[in-house]
Each structure stands twice: as structure tokens, then as C-alpha cells.
Design a protein around this ligand. Sequence first.
Ligand code: HAM
Length: 426
Amino acid sequence: MDNLKNLRGTVDLLPDQLIKWQNVEKIVLEQLKRSSIKEIRTPILEMTELFIRGIGEGTDVVSKEMYTFLDRGERSCTLRPEGTASVARALIQNGISSNPLQKLWYMGPMFRYERPQAGRQRQFHQLGVEFIGYESVRSDVEIIALAWDILKKLGIKELNLEINTLGDLSDRLNFQNNFLKWLKINKNALDLDSQNRIDKNPLRIFDSKNIQTKKILENAPRLVDFLSEKSRKRYSDLKKQLEILKIPYLENFNLVRGLDYYTHTAFEITSGSLGSQATVCGGGRYDDLIKQMGGPSTPAIGFAIGLERLILLAGKELEAPRNTDIYIINQGLISEILAMDLSRKLRNYDLIVELDLSGASFSKQFKKANKLKAKSIVVIGDDEAANKEFTIRLFDKASTENKELAISFEDDITLEKWLINNLLIK
Ligand code: HAM
């Protein structure tokens, strides 16, 4: 029988790779905590209807990329392709009116049936942040600054922030009438995919990657020229505030994003070092989504960072594991129990303690401790068990003075002193 393999576009994350993931996640989560953003967890599996209504039927995500199936009760279910629609649903369902202002984050797997390539998977992970109930342009700036700072905190360089405005519904209708007239004249010069979008979702034509279409679009009417006075001011305030914060941005009038719920601000952060899948973060405002899904009218803005791309960008220094603090070498019936007991005591000091369970010779266990670059070792053999004490030794190349000590199993005070002096526990 052939060996079973994982599905195309999914990956196993093995222990050595996960060190970097965990280090990155730790830095990200600390930054979120400092910004008073709270976690929300929603189901990975939702009713298909949620995404059709939330993201939009004409989008690629909904029309081509969803993992949708009937469950045993004949209900159409979908593995979430993104988190915003789920968060909106969860808030409406759990009574958004009692808590109209919320800053939330989530992290977890998302699913899109796309063609896998470097930085693009069918099961991938996102960190998402959503500011619910916030209307002012300051919340747009805070959200963008947060995404920017998370990426900077991870030491990522060569970042480009692109921004655009999609106006509100009436701005878009205004624009659309004009754009449709232009499309009628220029239809035949567009690629087929774009031609098909004319009736379904004309704005998405700006997202075309076709070189000829892109060239022709340079002469198309631009949404930014059809904004109401209010929307125009909002957009110019956004730019001003980003400038004050010294967050560099580029305006990209073709940036329409792949999901239908956006209004006003849309943004993406890309990196030159990512290759063709360059967008590490995408987000924007979605003032109509919650109302459209049956909730009260609630402005909101958010973003999501693709974690696989974030990991590709983050520095090598985050790949290093935290070293073992104490490696416990032990052999002999009584020693093994004493060693187990001591390992539990030492872990209470928040130390990384590895208990050797191999039963191999002392020299083999010693070699393993060396290989792991353990900061110190404890040795418990028959002699130590008989004397009711263990030996603890710090590997300190600079000096060996006073670094090795025999400590009675009962003498917690001496042990603690040694740990404070040598392993710098507090
Ligand atoms: P999105 O642009 O569809 O936005 O996805 C956000 C990020 O997820 C992308 O920039 C990319 O880094 C990552 N990503 C998307 N698809 C894949 C894939 N197949 N493989 C690997 N990474 C991928 C959203 O999902 C919105 N919910 C963001 C948002 C939150 N807008 C407002 N609030």
C-alpha cells in the first residue's frame, strides 16, 4: 500500500520549524497585549451562507476557492477562508449592542483552494485584528500603525504600505456608472477574466494581473475622482496622519482588495523579499458589513497578516530554541525516581529541565547534554542516591570556580541560592 500523504497545499509544521513560529507568535501577541486588544475564537467551520453574504458571491474567494461540503445533516458547511465575516457573525449573535466598541484579534488556520506555491497554501494561517464600532479616521491610522509596528518589531525590512480609498456605497455607485460607460468602449481590449467581471463585479477589474489590461486601465476613470467631499476629506486626513507618524505609504488606485465588504480605506503591506506572493498584510474598513449581516449599523476596520509569509520574512535569529537550563543525568533504580522528583521541583522555577530517560551510560547522557548545549547538568547515580545528595554543575567556559556543588535532596535553600547565582532565576 502507498504511504499516506498530506493533502496538496497543506503542510506539517515540525518541532524545529515551530521554534520560529512560536518566537514570532510570542512577539506578535505581546504587541497586541500592549495595545489592549483582546482575543476572540470563532469556529473553523461555518455555514456557507455566512461567507456568501459576508465576502460576496462574485469574489474569487467565494466563487472559486472555498472548501464547501454537505455535512451529514445535509447542511452546506465551509471551512473558513478568512476571519472577518466570522467575527462579525459572532458579535451579532452574542449581542453587539451591549458592547459596541471592541478591539479584537484572532489567529488560526484558514482554507482557500488556490494553486499552491511559495507563500501560498490551501491551509494557511492568519493573524487578524478587527476594531469594531470605531468610525474615526484615527482608528484607521491606529490599525495601520499596529500592522506596521508588528512587522517592524519582527525586524522585517523592505516593507511597502499601499493605500487606497474605496469611498462609500454612493461614491462607488457614482463611479460605477461612469466606469461602466468606459468599460463598454474598452471591453474588447480587456482580458477575458476582466470582461466576465463587468456584469458581476466591475471594481474587481482593477485587481487584474494581466499586463495589457493594466496598461489600458491607466486611462480608466478613477474612483478617487468620484468621492464625495466627506469621503475625500477622510482620505486626505488619513494620509496626513500617516505622514505625522512617519509611516511611509504609496497610493495605489488599483488596490481594490479581493473581498466585497470594504468601504473607504483599503491597504496592503508588501515585501520585496517575498517573490510573487508579496502581500504579507491586507486590510481595510468595512462599515456596512455588520448591518448587511443583520446587525446594527456598526463601522469597523481590520487587517490580517499571513503567518506563513510572516515566518518567511522574520529573521533567522528567531529560529534558535531556548537552551535547556538543566540536563539531569541519572542511572540506577533509586536515582531514577529521585531524578524524576528533582526535575519537577526544578521546573517550578520556570527552568527548562530535560530529564534523561534513556538509561544509557553516564558518558552517553553527558554527551547528549553537551549536544543540547545545556547550561548545567545534574548528576544522580548510585553514590549520590546513597549519600542523599546530587551534584549540580554549570558549564561555564570562563571559570570553573565554585560552579559545581553537591546539594542534599532536602536542602532547598542551598539549591535556590545556586540557581539564583548561576542560572539567574529571580
Ligand atoms: P486577505 O487579503 O484575503 O484579507 O488575506 C490577508 C493575508 O492572508 C494576505 O495578505 C496573505 O498574507 C494571507 N493569505 C491569503 N491567502 C493566502 C494563502 N492562500 N496562502 C498563504 N497566505 C495567504 C483577509 O482575509 C481579510 N479578512 C483581512 C481583513 C481583516 N480585512 C479587514 N479585516
